[in-house]
Write a protein that binds this ligand. Structure first.
Ligand SMILES: Cc1ncc(COP(=O)(O)O)c(C=O)c1O
Length: 368
């Protein structure tokens, strides 16, 4: 078996989800499980969340149609929202698998007019309130929504928008987006248009903008145990779900002045023992971590040395007694020492989302 694996702590996932439920009280919760549940393994994540009885998610959401079908095949009975804009050719599949599609442009109206059959197509209307990416413009969406409402083959199950800056300390723009969205909702109410559930709150808004909860919230990263940025509060207690564990593949001594790995980016200042670990950029260790990351071996932190290669990374273990087969923790906790996806992310000027999503398929996910 591959010595490197990703341990998925299902109890931590459930605890994060239940803490989110506690925080948002009676508000419905949609669990975002796109991109293989941010790299954690969608099957295990969905099954774990659905084992929570009456506390289980009210909705799931994924990015792509294929992901939606995959989740439905897990015998999920809740609605599954696809964030990607609806495409005409996907409508029969959406009806067959009871997937809810994102309506984001008046150009999609003609495809919906061709709908016939017994089952209605479920739609969530996407509103652009400032993300500048997808959706009907908030200030002239009403006419398009009125046209959509007339289509009796469509069920408007929801309406949603997405924050661009809810993870920043300064909430000025997020508040403006919320105001624009709520303004449209009020207009729809006045017009007597049934828009289903209104939702806008991502993880950051769940932590810090209770006024944005509306009818439903959409947590992603906080399910997996990470705060979305270094500027949000920590108003929900979270525990990281993913650990990355391997073992020492080989140990060798190098002399003072010798170098390690491609392009000689590390030179030993004194004689040192080098431990090689079977994990590299093909597994999701960005080459930008060269000489920057760390590992825990036998409860002690060691520095990674030399260029990260496709299948291997090296650590300087000095004169310590470490042998092949000893456990190596790359993300996780051991004997009071902890390394998190945030430690990698900060060194790469990114966020934990990208770290967990990029742990490649070669790394088996093992459920704890
Ligand atoms: C439309 C939408 N809603 C919710 C989320 C969840 O975001 P987060 O992981 O920050 O909670 C995402 C993630 O990118 C998204 O695209």
């Amino acid at each position: 078996m591959y010595p490197t694996h990703s341990v998925i702590n299902i109890e931590n996932l459930k605890s994060n989800f239940l803490n989110i439920r506690k925080k948002v009280k009676k508000t419905r919760v949609l669990a975002v499980v796109k991109a293989d549940s941010y790299g954690h393994g969608v099957k295990d994540v969905v099954n774990a969340l659905n084992s929570l009885g009456d506390k289980k998610p009210d909705f799931f959401a994924v990015a792509s149609f294929d992901e939606g079908v995959e989740v439905r095949k897990l015998k999920v009975s809740q609605p599954i929202l696809i964030f990607t804009p609806l495409m005409e050719e996907f409508i029969p599949v959406a009806i067959k698998y009871d997937l809810s599609l994102t309506f984001n442009s008046p150009l999609q109206l003609s495809a919906l007019e061709k709908l016939k059959g017994k089952k209605k197509l479920k739609i969530h209307i996407k509103i652009d309130t400032g993300m500048g990416r997808l959706g009907l413009d908030y200030d002239n969406a009403i006419d398009v929504i009125k046209k959509l409402e007339k289509n009796k083959n469509v069920l408007i199950e929801g309406i949603y928008s997405h924050f661009a800056t809810s993870d920043a300390k300064d909430k000025t723009f997020a508040n403006l987006q919320l105001k624009r969205f709520v303004g449209l909702i009020e207009e729809l109410k006045k017009e007597g248009i049934n828009y289903g559930v209104a939702h806008i709150a991502n993880s950051a808004a769940i932590l810090d903008m209770p006024e944005a909860y509306l009818d439903m919230v959409r947590p992603g990263i906080i399910l997996y145990g990470y705060y979305p940025s270094l500027e949000t509060s920590e108003s929900i207690k979270l525990k990281p779900v993913m650990s990355i564990v391997s073992s020492v593949a080989s140990v060798k001594v190098i002399k003072k002045g010798e170098s390690v790995s491609y392009n000689r980016k590390f030179f030993a200042e004194k004689d040192a023992t080098v431990a090689t670990v079977s994990m590299g950029y093909a597994d999701g260790i960005n080459r930008g971590l060269t000489n920057k990351m760390q590992a825990i071996i036998k409860g002690k932190i060691y520095q990674q040395i030399g260029t990260v290669t496709m299948d291997r990374i090296m650590f300087n273990i000095g004169a310590d007694k470490i042998k092949s087969g000893d456990k190596v923790t790359l993300i996780g906790s051991e004997k009071g020492k902890t390394i998190t996806a945030w430690d990698w992310a900060k060194k790469l000027d990114t966020i934990p989302y990208e770290i967990t999503c990029n742990i490649s398929k070669r790394v088996p996910r093992i459920v704890l």
